[in-house]
Design a protein around this ligand. Structure first.
Ligand SMILES: Cc1ncc(COP(=O)(O)O)c(C=O)c1O
Length: 385
């Protein structure tokens, strides 16, 4: 059976280094916020070309942290796509704010800047909610149209978060999403392009104040240097809390593993380009759509997604010949019960609705062998549904 994502192949490459890293953590015993956490954060910031990188418990908390730091809450509107993983809209009602769903672009599956603008204007005209922030998603690994999205956000005074859980490492004209976004987040869920051996996440930002507040929020709202400085305390301020936060930390063990994985990540992104290129060369013209990457964009290919008018028939055919597939996402968030009550941008979300019926993700990872890939391509081409 072909692996949809082959974590074992990567482990074979890195095993001695990962084993040694785990042993180092066992030897020093600093399992929470140990030295590898700070080391990894520094390396992550450098890789993602941000001034600050803060690790946390998972990619969902990574999205919540900037919203909390900006004190976004009741009465605020946060705009996001519906064609995404649940975590993107989920964090918005956590804060008391209201998600407003916006449609995606036909080719890239990423947030449509025109529709975003229409959504912001509609919310303003209605006057019930205050537009506060946008969460753009780097779906399937490719960067959203950040120059245009950032321009809309700037004009309307909104914060911009890049949900790069799938796209961490992607670039647009050589720049990472945090070049345009106030904060970029990622997930280290094992199946992600940069995955740990458990849960983990991070937020990257160039904003020192935001980084300081998020550092406080991830540890129960602990005092920051700015909270402490200039004040007199009768007690050690260590157990004083400046704000209501959460407990969201990356385990030292995961940080030690991620240091080793980050060392080969650029190479793995390159290997994924080769796999994607071969897929596209073999499948173009044989399915309704092969992926379109934004001009100047470089995807991390978290997923390689094709479109087919008989998606379910093709998936069944592939399964029968030993090719696993996945559907991201069969039901957009605005059509799921817990989210159906939230506002939708004017005109509805026709692209999100249509894509949900057609998309199919093929096996994708950096170590997908050419003969296996050829088998997958032949199997797709051989379907006459
Ligand atoms: C687009 C997107 N956002 C957020 C997340 C949440 O990440 P995590 O599972 O680490 O909480 C994921 C992945 O699971 C994702 O795909």
């Amino acid at each position: 059976m072909i692996a949809f994502i082959d974590l074992a192949a990567q482990q074979t490459r890195l095993k001695p280094r990962i084993d040694a890293a785990i042993q180092r953590v066992l030897a020093h015993g600093g399992y929470v916020m140990g030295p590898e956490v700070r080391d990894f954060e520094a390396r992550l910031a450098e890789f993602g070309r941000a001034k600050h990188a803060l690790s946390c418990g998972n990619g969902t908390d990574a999205l919540a942290l900037p919203l909390m730091a900006w004190e976004i809450g009741v009465g605020d509107a946060v705009f996001c796509p519906s064609f995404t993983f649940a975590a993107t809209p989920e964090v918005i009602p956590w804060t008391g704010a209201t998600p407003v769903f916006v449609d995606i672009l036909e080719g890239t599956y990423n947030l449509d800047p025109h529709h975003l603008e229409a959504a912001i204007e509609a919310v303003k005209a209605k006057g019930e909610l205050r537009p506060a922030a946008v969460i753009a998603v780097d779906l399937f690994g490719q960067p959203a149209d950040y120059p245009r999205l950032a321009e809309v956000c700037r004009r309307h005074g909104l914060k911009l978060i890049a949900d790069s859980a799938q796209g961490f490492g992607c670039t647009l004209n050589g720049e990472h999403p945090v070049h345009w976004a106030d904060a970029a987040t990622t997930s280290f869920f094992p199946a992600k392009p940069l995955g740990a051996y458990g849960d983990g996440g991070a937020v990257l930002t160039d904003d020192a104040d935001l980084a300081e507040r998020m550092d406080s929020l991830r540890v129960h709202g602990k005092m920051t240097k700015s909270d402490i400085n200039g004040h007199h305390w009768d007690h050690d301020p260590k157990y004083f809390n400046a704000r209501i936060g959460m407990n969201s930390r990356l385990d030292t063990m995961q940080a030690a593993i991620l240091i080793e994985k980050l060392a080969v990540f650029a190479d793995e992104i390159e290997l994924r380009q080769t796999v994607a290129r071969r897929y596209s060369a073999g499948l173009k013209g044989h399915v309704c759509a092969t992926p379109t990457v934004i001009a100047g964009g470089r995807s991390t290919w978290a997923q390689y997604v094709i479109e087919h008018h008989d998606r379910d028939g093709l998936a069944a055919h592939l399964k029968a010949v030993g090719v696993p597939t996945a559907v991201y996402y069969p039901v957009p968030m605005h059509r799921q019960a817990p989210y159906a009550c939230f506002p939708i941008a004017p005109g509805g979300l026709p692209v999100s609705d249509a894509k949900a019926d057609r998309v199919l993700a093929l096996p994708m990872h950096a170590y997908l062998a050419e003969d296996v890939q050829d088998h997958i391509i032949d199997a797709v081409r051989g379907y006459n549904g």
